[in-house]
Ligand binder design. Structure first.
Ligand code: PPE
Length: 308
């Protein structure tokens, strides 16, 4: 079962802090009817050096870029939203947490044209452990290719992190759960590997990393970009390219990346064991490096951590 959120603490809502239960939306809000919202998922880590938010600037930049693509004007500056995010963590006394900023068209009138609708903006934060379970980080998860294709650039701005897009992810998750596996893998419209419903994907073959390029309808993940940089700095070659289903199945190792999922090994796809059917060596090395970085143990990457 998925746990219910705590319903305690404060949520930043349109410029002020309100009680968790007061942060509500009108049933005729545009965003509810048409999925017109943009959001982010950000993690804050409790480290020996204090609490740090991982790549906050990149997340805020992507949120404004998502809004821009959908011609939505967020009524706060990036600096104001950044401060609101940090203040939300502070005011709730959280050291490690998941942070969810969102901007969406609110209530004004009903109709697809959002002109006149306010852009409502909120930031919530709560304690959130591992996305796919503690065991998943250690032993890996079981996946299946989805029959649903990832949304296509001819239809939506796939590089935006927009609320309406997640109907596509939800269908893939439903299917995966019905099949009794942990998570889905979606192909793009051309049949190449795209990503998970909420994660980017990497394959390892002969110690080289491969990950779908932006052309495969992926969300340009911030964890993905971080892992590419870390892997290259560790001396691995990383190739961004179109990846076929077969290449993924015959890889030595496969893993997911994402803010929520962090670095999660995939041990099986469509009942086929990947490599040795457990977390591979390269995945393990990348995972350790990633956790060292977010836990402020690597001076070189302190540039990615923002003190709360
Ligand atoms: N693809 C999708 C579709 C996606 O939603 C995410 C993040 C990623 C890739 C990885 O991006 P990044 O977090 O920048 O590395 N998914 C967020 C939402 C998960 C959810 O269940 O909600 C997240 O990880 O916070």
């Amino acid at each position: 079962m998925v746990e219910r959120l705590p319903e305690s603490g404060k949520i930043w809502y349109n410029g002020e802090f309100v009680d968790w239960k007061e942060a509500t939306v009108h049933v005729l809000a545009h965003g509810l009817h048409y999925g017109s919202g943009v959001f982010e998922g950000i993690r804050c880590y409790a480290t020996a050096k204090g609490s740090f938010i991982f790549r906050l600037r990149e997340h805020v930049d992507r949120m404004y870029r998502s809004a821009e693509l959908y011609k939505m004007e967020i009524p706060y500056s990036k600096e104001e939203l950044t401060e609101a995010i940090k203040e939300t963590v502070r005011i709730n006394g959280l050291d490690a947490c998941y942070i969810r900023p969102i901007a969406f068209y609110g209530f004004h009138h009903l109709g697809v044209n959002p002109a006149g609708c306010p852009v409502d903006c909120a930031v919530a934060a709560w304690r959130w452990g591992t996305y796919l379970g503690e065991e998943a980080l250690e032993n890996g998860i079981r996946c299946a290719f989805s029959s649903w294709r990832r949304i296509d650039p001819n239809t939506l701005h796939v590089t935006a992190k927009a609320t309406g897009h997640y109907l596509n992810s939800m269908l893939a998750v439903h299917e995966a759960k019905e099949q009794g596996v942990d998570e889905a893998i979606l192909l793009d419209n051309k049949g190449y590997v795209a990503e998970g419903p909420g994660e980017n994907i990497f394959a390892v073959k002969n110690a080289t990393l491969y990950t779908p390029a932006i052309e495969s309808s992926i969300l340009p993940g911030i964890t993905r970009a971080s892992v590419i940089e870390l892997a290259r700095d560790m001396g691995y070659e990383v190739v961004e390219k179109s990846i076929k289903k077969e290449e993924l199945l015959s890889a030595d190792e496969v893993f997911f990346t994402g803010t929520a999922a962090e670095v999660s090994p995939i041990r099986e796809i469509d009942d086929v064991p990947i490599g040795a059917g457990k977390r591979g060596e390269v995945t393990g090395a990348i995972q350790r490096k990633f956790f060292d970085v977010v836990n402020a143990k690597e001076e070189r990457y302190m540039k990615w951590l923002e003190r709360v």
